[in-house]
Design a protein around this ligand. Structure first.
Ligand code: GTP
Ligand code: MG
Length: 238
């Protein structure tokens, strides 16, 4: 693949785990329990993506599909200030859309495509990828339809990544109670469909003192390995 860009996470160790930052033209899935840092990492990626390439950014705009109403501009401001950036300028480049249900969430990818013609969208975030799907398709009878729609959604995202040479970051919770289909409670929601379509999967877990451990799983070209990151007031760091 030609002309791949790399987005820095704010943590050197994490960037190294990813072979030098998050690759454009790919989908990076962050999965883990509540509080494991998925949303915080997305915020940091959003701030970083607005920065120049020389500083690990993508010199671009960011589109966030927020499905759980967890976007917090004040957190973006904190992270921007910590990097000596003008928070207003950063916020101007981060476009947030609430997705009210899974259908709406899928439509918003088309919206992002339209927006990408006027703007320089280099990072697309879906936080959370699976929450609506999980809530709406309950029970065995609806599984096939859920997986079919999730599959389409993932392919729409991948197409966006290719068309705009963008990084796609998505979050996924692990089911805390055994799901009828994914009996293993540590399994991310969406099973194989999400797993196969994601280019990189990262499992996040909490560690001591605000630290998080990110484990790279099933990468096409990188070894399975871990990095320790810190989530603090300033954002994501080593
Ligand atoms: P779910 O969406 O519930 O699945 O969780 P998540 O994985 O998205 O977790 P999130 O990224 O929201 O992480 C929340 C955690 O980040 C908190 O419990 C804190 O440990 C940390 N955090 C969030 N904001 C701050 C902050 O301003 N300062 C510091 N030091 N830590 C923060
Ligand atoms: Mg979250």
């Amino acid at each position: 693949r030609k002309g791949i860009n790399r987005l820095s996470s704010g943590s050197k160790a994490f960037d190294e785990l990813m072979g030098g930052g998050l690759e454009s033209q790919s989908i990076i899935e962050f999965f883990g329990e509540f509080g494991s840092g998925k949303t915080q990492i997305c915020f940091q990626l959003a701030v970083n993506a607005t920065r120049p390439v020389e500083e690990g950014g993508l010199n671009g705009d960011v589109f966030i599909i927020d499905t759980e109403n967890t976007f917090r501009p004040e957190r973006i401001v904190q992270m921007a200030v910590a990097l000596d950036l003008d928070p207003e300028e950063v916020l101007k480049k981060i476009h947030v859309a609430r997705a009210f249900n899974s259908h709406h969430q899928m439509l918003l990818v088309e919206k992002a495509n339209e927006l990408a013609h006027e703007m320089n969208v280099k990072l697309l975030i879906v936080d959370s990828l699976t929450a609506h799907f999980r809530a709406e398709y309950v029970g065995r009878g609806s599984l096939a339809e859920r997986q079919q729609n999730l599959n389409k959604h993932m392919h729409d995202l991948l197409r966006f990544a290719d068309l705009h040479n963008a990084v796609i970051a998505v979050t996924n919770q692990v089911s805390s109670k055994p799901d009828a289909f994914f009996g293993d409670p540590t399994r991310p929601i969406g099973g194989h469909i999400v797993g196969h379509a994601a280019t990189y999967r990262l499992y996040l877990r909490k560690s001591k003192g605000g630290k998080r451990i990110a484990r790279l799983i099933d990468s096409p070209n990188l070894p399975e390995a871990e990095a320790v990151i810190t989530v603090s007031e300033e954002g994501v760091r080593d």
